[in-house]
Design a protein around this ligand. Sequence first.
Ligand SMILES: Cc1cc2nc3c(=O)[nH]c(=O)nc-3n(C[C@H](O)[C@H](O)[C@H](O)COP(=O)(O)OP(=O)(O)OC[C@H]3O[C@@H](n4cnc5c(N)ncnc54)[C@H](O)[C@@H]3O)c2cc1C
Length: 531
Amino acid sequence: MHDYIIVGAGSAGCVLANRLSADPAISVCLLEAGPKDNFELIHTPGAFGFFMFSKKYDWCFEAKPDPAVRKGQPMFCPRGKALGGSSSVNGMVYTRGHRSDYDEWAELGNPGWGYDEVLPYFRKAEANARGADRYHGANGPLYVSDSELHYTISKVFIEAAQQAGMPMSNDFNGEQYEGFGPYQFTIRDGRRCSAAVAYLHPVKSRKNLQVKTGVDVIGVEFDGKHAVGVTYDRGGKHTTVRARREVILSAGAYCTPQLLMLSGVGDPDELRAQRIEVVHALPGVGKNLQEHFDAAVLVKSKDHGGITISAKGAAQMGVAGVKYYGAHLGKLRSSVTEAGGFLKTDPSLAKPDVQFHTVPLLFDDSGRDLKLMMDPGYSMHVCCLRPKSRGSIGLASAHWEHAPVIDHNYFSHPDDLKCLVAGVKLARKILATPAFEPYRKEELHPGEDKQGDEEIAQAIKDRLGIVYHPVGTCKMGNDEMAVVDAQLRVHGMRGLRVIDASIMPTLNGSNTNAPTIMIAEKAADMILAGT
Ligand SMILES: Cc1cc2nc3c(=O)[nH]c(=O)nc-3n(C[C@H](O)[C@H](O)[C@H](O)COP(=O)(O)OP(=O)(O)OC[C@H]3O[C@@H](n4cnc5c(N)ncnc54)[C@H](O)[C@@H]3O)c2cc1C
């Protein structure tokens, strides 16, 4: 018997395990389906692409195919599966979004979640290498450092944005969200600072914290409407562990709603269709899926020392490996997406509506299009920051081994595609500047012949990607589709909270790791305060 059982040791779960077990009188059990994170490549920032192929450390989900998108091929949806969860496989970009993203959460009926109220939790989490100021913390567990700009083309991207007349920012999380520049990263001394590294490893010897890896939680146990424990599978054997106070679901925006539904909490019609007994009717479970859809401009180039799948590329990687594994020096210290930013596709907008990630290679299909990467090139990825389309997570069956059905419902709102078309045009404006002159060879995608809005839109659909930011599938709020209240307690139930990216009512306008860690920091405070 434990006071708290946390399901999922990802970005949120690691924070909760640390903060709740800080009181030796509170016992905590953290259950993770994936393995430990002692594999060297997890900690090597430049090895990001490896995990797109690893079924051991990634769930490797695929979304429901849509004939109108990716020519009917399913969208690859990676998710971390190890201590640290997605923070152990992510791109490490540290951004938070615009202050109004959080004010909107509060306006939607979630008191306590406005920007001024969440900022202290971003600061509490953070140890920014630049030191503390109004926006940043210096004493938190999560190390945040500046980009070292190892790739020539990253510097070219910044120079080009300047030449194109774009605003510049050297701190997207401070005074100036809008602009282009180098990102900050959750990297410390050339090593990934995942949520496990920041929050879990330093406290793993606490006697009141039990961490189990390789356990798939297959259901929440209820006494009426009260969550009293969970059952997990390990190698075919089922074990039930009981919670004295609460069960906390932190399995992420795909797996948390799936687990709730498998446990009998969800839309009654959908549960009955899978012959699952309804414990509690909550129609919003799995609905409201939001994601950053991503379009890319891919340019074949002269060699610029970027990443290629070629004999020369392999030799360069060999040298990078020797430098890195000798003294943690060189390119592998860095994320591949070193620069980017937040821009407005229309100057009359109140805030930026697109984000850019620049990459020193021809990066498509999550880096799984290896043939494309044989030539030197660079890519400018653009995503629509506040999509209006809403998708869902459903059940393929009542069996926990079956992956959830991820339905993005792409471009169900036409504004999202319009936003991406405008974003591609903005990217082209930057790529057309003199800064790129020495490198540019040929635009491979959308392709120089695609200039009209409709042609660009079709090209975007044909090669659409995502930025791996699913949120919203157990949204916080007080309307009939809300799953949790502002304390993140599941509506209508006792002893059950959801604390992870799935509780966001709307997608923040940036990457989602720092916001998820903020959510868990704030939730831990609420739990410890008895609310
Ligand atoms: C490839 C990739 C790149 C990304 N790049 C960035 C980036 O550069 N910057 C950024 O800010 N964000 C990035 N993100 C997004 C960010 O990492 C996530 O938003 C964040 O980690 C989500 O945290 P979470 O706690 O909700 O879920 P996760 O961190 O995914 O944690 C969920 C955990 O629950 C476990 N789990 C699931 N089901 C079960 C079960 N039934 N039983 C037991 N355990 C279970 C999983 O294995 C996982 O460890 C990226 C994500 C990916 C996948």
